[in-house]
Design a protein around this ligand. Sequence first.
Ligand code: GLA
Length: 360
Amino acid sequence: MIISVDEFLKGKIAAEAFAPGRVNLLGEHTDYNDGFVMPIATPQRTYVALGYSENDMCHAYSATLDQTISFKHKGDLPGGFASYLEGCMRMMDEAGVAVPPIDIYINSDVPMGAGLSSSAALEVAMLRALRSLLNAGIDDVELAKMAQQAEVKFAKVKSGLMDQMASSVGDMEHILFLDIRTLERRLLPLPPNTELIVINSGIPRNLSASKYNERRQECEEAARLLGVSSLRDAPGLDAIEKLPDPFRKRARHVFTENERVKEASAGVTAERFGHLMNASHFSLRDDFEVSIIPLDVLTDLMREHVDVYGARLTGAGFGGACVALCRKGQAKLVSEWALTEYNNTGQHGRILLPQPVAPL
Ligand code: GLA
């Protein structure tokens, strides 16, 4: 039986925090190339509550998984969801804030493996709770960087900074335009009279098992061949076209994707934004080669609808969710229609936005 927070922490909550997941609207696989991204925070979020441990061990309970893991802080790295927690605790230590033995309660309605960045939501919620418990003077950008480092160092995924920044400084009402190199950021409105649809394809993806790290290396090699420190500085399509494959295709995706984000961030119509989303999907499918057939089927379906301006996979690819920009007021009907059509192809998709169930 699922344990409540009061039961687990024996009524003694010393600190608590929430953090959202994110849906990326444009700018995929650009963050680790020093580029530009446009995510938005999800209404789905992760809750972390902390209490002081009664012994020298940390005890972590996930109500989502109904699983408890006990571990010693700075001992052997624990497995499963606790690796993210211990990663965050070690980052706090590295920042000069000593973490005592604690008990950690987690609950979340950010779906795992759906490309909504449940790991960033967990890291940011955990670090927010630790910041409040330990009165640490860490700002939201620093906190996002610590969350990313926890992921890179302890969960062994060389992810970029987008997800943690979206979770830490983004909100549900605005698109977060972010220049990853300078960390210049702006909160932008959705195109006029639009709303979002997000559907989980039902195909789970696991970042470390995916080709994510391989794509990252290919981008580094493409940058090296172009003589620049990162693909952000690629001189242009003429030079890119001369590269051997797969570096030509990888670099072409990153270059055109950055151009799309820059154009969209300047403010465009719903039609143009949708067109840029479609182009992003085709580039991820053909040049970056991170789409899979169910994601192509789902986005094609959504694109067919007269009230949809554009659709694309969101997140790293290889599974997870798709996002569509829809005429305001139509998202519920259109998402239900698209889900039925998609599931008729033998899949088990789920609507994530508009949020079908009451929030956590
Ligand atoms: C994952 C990573 C992000 C980003 C996306 C792809 O979500 O965590 O840093 O690279 O993939 O855009």
